[in-house]
Design a protein around this ligand. Structure first.
Ligand SMILES: Cc1cc2nc3c(=O)[nH]c(=O)nc-3n(C[C@H](O)[C@H](O)[C@H](O)COP(=O)(O)OP(=O)(O)OC[C@H]3O[C@@H](n4cnc5c(N)ncnc54)[C@H](O)[C@@H]3O)c2cc1C
Length: 413
């Protein structure tokens, strides 16, 4: 058994852990970054479909609308390390970034690997940071009132255990989504073992699976559609934008946006439906007038529908409603209904909703209110957000808050 001492041990070399290590490298703290994979940032490589949507430049008043369940918790950390700070941070590391539609920031190269690489380079260049890959934290123990021992298993070898003794631990182990990237919920166990409450988790930003799903729709994206989420017959969410049909079901910005509520309702055994307005820009009366103007007797319904829908959507739309006629088309085009029977689990959910209860964590510092010196950053917290760069900003802001607190405490000592 090898014993080593550090000022701070960061568990998890994902977005939050790497940002924490990069910021801590600017201090004189001795830092260990523990990552169970052979390399840091495996999930980061997958982000933004391989392009990494680093953050979103919306002002806080708009940004907060995309953060769940308590954006107020994030506010102090966001104000201290904001989306503008994230952009400045990456530019300083030599990564040019570009703003795209929806105020989303991407690396100008379009490569998520560049984001990961600049972070890894920054940390690797620091003499006060030990990056320990192939190293899995298996337990976090309080050894005295001011010390922790983090037990680390190297390369899965029980004979090769390390004990890291430290004053401060940042748990940045992520949630449960895409477990193949390393986020397997270990941080929830560490939190529970330290007396923390972990709010029930569920997959979020995940595909919704309709009953009798027509796979002929897979690959189709519908732009500028309205979508309502109905739970037990009542509308609980109303969204506008882009919906993508995949082999799994309803995805894309719209599908993901309603998935958080839909998953919770399904877990509670409620009836969940999605109602799509394919022509939200016109009223039913206007649509009716257009149909009456343009329909020629003898024209098949299928050919006529091609004026209103992408060809790929026409047959599935007709098959979903055997009573479809030219007369009821204005109603049907504005109310295509899908009964949702399930959702895709953590294996392909973009984020995890739920996590370490925010009530037991300081919103200014991310320090545990129960165990001084224990910090949480990133998706392990009960914080998640919509797609659009918000989740990575949560990881960066919370990591920065934890490091700031640890550095200022070390200066006072
Ligand atoms: C496909 C996909 C696309 C996404 N795209 C975007 C996007 O474009 N923009 C955006 O804002 N968000 C995106 N997200 C969400 C975003 O990636 C996550 O919210 C973010 O990575 C969370 O950061 P984290 O550091 O908390 O956790 P993670 O990035 O999951 O990192 C946790 C790390 O901890 C390590 N670890 C876990 N347990 C241990 C242990 N016991 N010992 C040692 N190491 C451990 C893991 O191996 C992992 O490397 C996407 C997510 C997915 C899955």
């Amino acid at each position: 058994m090898c014993i080593m001492e550090y000022d701070v041990v960061i568990i998890g070399g994902g977005a939050a852990g790497m940002m924490a290590a990069a910021l801590a490298s600017e201090s004189s703290l001795r830092v260990a970054l523990i990552e169970k994979n052979s390399q840091c940032g495996r999930k980061l490589l997958l982000t933004g479909k391989g392009r990494c949507n680093i953050t979103n430049t919306r002002p806080w008043d708009e940004f907060k609308e995309h953060v769940h369940p308590d954006s107020g918790f994030l506010r102090p950390a966001f104000m201290a390390f904001s989306n503008a700070d994230t952009v400045a941070f990456f530019r300083k590391l030599g990564l040019p970034v570009t703003e795209e539609r929806g105020m989303r920031i991407f690396p100008s190269s379009g490569k998520s690997s560049d984001v990961r690489d600049v972070l890894v380079s920054r940390i690797s260049a620091a003499t006060n940071v030990d990056i320990r890959c192939d190293s899995e934290a298996v337990s976090v123990l309080r050894s005295s009132s001011s010390h922790f021992v983090v037990e680390v298993l190297h390369s899965g070898d029980r004979m090769n255990m390390l004990e890291l003794v430290t004053d401060s631990v940042i748990v940045a182990t992520g949630g449960l989504s895409y477990p193949a990237t390393g986020s397997t919920g270990d941080g929830y166990r560490f939190a529970r073992e330290m007396g923390h409450t972990v709010v029930d988790t569920s997959p979020s930003l995940t595909a919704l699976v309709p009953t009798r799903y027509n796979f002929a729709l897979a690959g189709l994206t519908l732009r500028n559609v309205s979508l309502q989420l109905l739970v037990d017959g009542g509308v609980v969410q109303d969204e506008f934008g882009e919906l993508t049909f995949t082999n799994d079901g309803l995805e894309g910005a719209l599908g993901f946006r309603v998935s958080r509520r839909a998953v919770k309702a399904l877990d509670e055994g409620k009836k969940v439906e999605v109602l799509m307005d394919l022509k939200p820009a016109v009223t039913r009366a206007e649509l009716k007038a257009r149909i009456e103007r343009e329909y020629r007797p003898g024209l098949s319904l299928q050919r006529f529908l091609e004026k209103f829908l992408p060809v790929q959507a026409v047959r599935p739309f007709m098959d979903s409603d055997p009573s479809l006629t030219v007369q009821n088309l204005p109603v049907r085009l504005k109310s295509w209904k899908f009964l949702i029977k399930g959702y895709v689990d953590y294996r392909r959910a973009v984020v995890t909703a739920g996590g370490v209860s925010l009530r037991e964590v300081s919103r200014k510092t991310m320090e545990s209110k129960l165990v001084p010196g224990l910090y949480f950053a990133g998706e392990v917290l009960d914080l998640d957000a919509d797609t659009g760069g918000y989740n990575l900003q949560i990881a960066f802001s919370t990591a920065a808050a934890a490091v700031r607190s640890i550095v200022s405490r070390s200066i006072l000592r």
